[in-house]
Ligand binder design. Structure first.
Ligand SMILES: NC(=O)c1ccc[n+]([C@@H]2O[C@H](COP(=O)([O-])OP(=O)(O)OC[C@H]3O[C@@H](n4cnc5c(N)ncnc54)[C@H](OP(=O)(O)O)[C@@H]3O)[C@@H](O)[C@H]2O)c1
Length: 299
């Protein structure tokens, strides 16, 4: 693949998935054009520092996308449900697909979610299924990646009680129910592999996970990594539903159905795929937890 002379436009480049994709592609020698609503910001500057060209566009504004895609070979598309909700997420995803079609893009990689094709009834999975359908209707040369639960999410579920000096991981999941997870960096690595081997991956859909652990196992592994006990406690689903009905729908689906990535096959395709234990060390999870604790006590 002639990477140096081919431009890949990366939506969400200043975010988690797009950021990982942009960095992997740039480090592997592709020309990368990152899209941001604010290309003057610090996150955009950090991408420029690793050789990414940054341009301004808004996925909600179809007319801003044509210029962005000019002369490009490939596109990575991702939207954020949590910022906009069901309808706008679909509109943005369709805008990117339509613009890719109009520009004659040779390879679109769309990041959906694990299980999107399996009738989950979860709004932010169904929105992605609708975008996938548009990509198929347009007969775009495309690959769908469907990442599972991000390992990064766990940072938000582990808390420290300073009075009793106790770490607790509390989630609306039974302690022994396994959950497939993926490190965000591996989404980037996998998408780079997909662009590199277009002949193999065009027309394919791949559910992406790097490990499968139960929450009680995860708490034990975090405890070992942290060097302090971490207790796992199951949060009643009704309590979580009161905080976020959408997230509760997703956890209820994790319990009743769940992700189905073929992790062994994925690791053969992409050997660097991180296990949960490797990821804890790689990102310095303990330091990140402690930093967050200090930030909270200052707030
Ligand atoms: N967390 C999980 O476990 C998980 C698992 C599977 C799938 N997902 C899905 O992942 C998606 C979010 O991905 P992420 O975590 O990578 O998102 P993220 O980190 O929040 O990044 C989203 C990026 O999109 C850009 N953006 C937002 N609105 C835009 C617009 N109107 N036009 C152009 N760019 C825009 C933002 O860039 P600027 O601010 O620079 O414009 C931002 O950096 C969600 O839809 C979620 O459902 C999450």
């Amino acid at each position: 693949m002639d990477r140096q002379n081919r431009t890949i436009v990366v939506f969400g480049a200043t975010g988690r998935q797009g950021g990982a994709v942009a960095r992997h592609l740039a480090s592997e020698g592709w020309r990368v054009r990152g899209v941001s609503r604010n290309p003057a910001g610090a996150r955009a500057q950090a991408l420029r520092d690793v050789g990414v060209e940054m341009v301004q566009a808004d996925m909600g504004d179809r007319s801003s996308l044509d210029r962005t895609l000019e002369g490009a070979y490939g596109v990575f598309s991702v939207q954020n449900y949590w910022m906009y909700g069901y309808g706008p997420e679909i509109r943005q995803g369709i805008n990117v697909a339509d613009a890719a079609h109009a520009a004659g893009i040779q390879h679109l990689v769309y990041s959906s979610v694990g299980g999107a094709e399996r009738n989950t009834g979860v709004s932010h999975f169904e929105s992605k299924w609708r975008i996938e359908q548009r990509i198929r209707e347009l007969e775009l040369p495309a690959t769908i990646v469907r990442p599972v639960f991000f390992m990064e999410n766990l940072l938000g579920w582990v808390h420290h009680d300073p009075e009793n000096n106790l770490w607790t991981m509390r989630m609306p999941m039974p302690p022994d129910r396994p959950l497939q997870m993926i490190a965000v960096t591996d989404i980037g690595g996998f998408v780079a592999l997909v662009f590199d081997d277009a002949g193999r991956f065009r027309g394919e859909a791949l559910e992406l996970a790097g490990d499968e652990v139960s929450m009680s196992q995860a708490a034990r592994m975090i405890s070992q990594h942290l060097g302090e006990p971490v207790e796992y406690a199951e949060m009643p689903m009704d309590e979580h539903r009161a905080q976020s009905p959408e997230s509760a729908d997703m956890f209820a689906w994790f319990i009743r159905a769940g992700y189905q990535a073929d992790i062994a096959a994925l690791r053969q395709m992409y050997p660097p795929l991180l296990t949960f234990g490797e990821w804890l060390d790689r990102v310095g999870f303990a330091d990140r937890l402690r930093e967050r604790q200090v930030d909270r006590s200052r707030a």
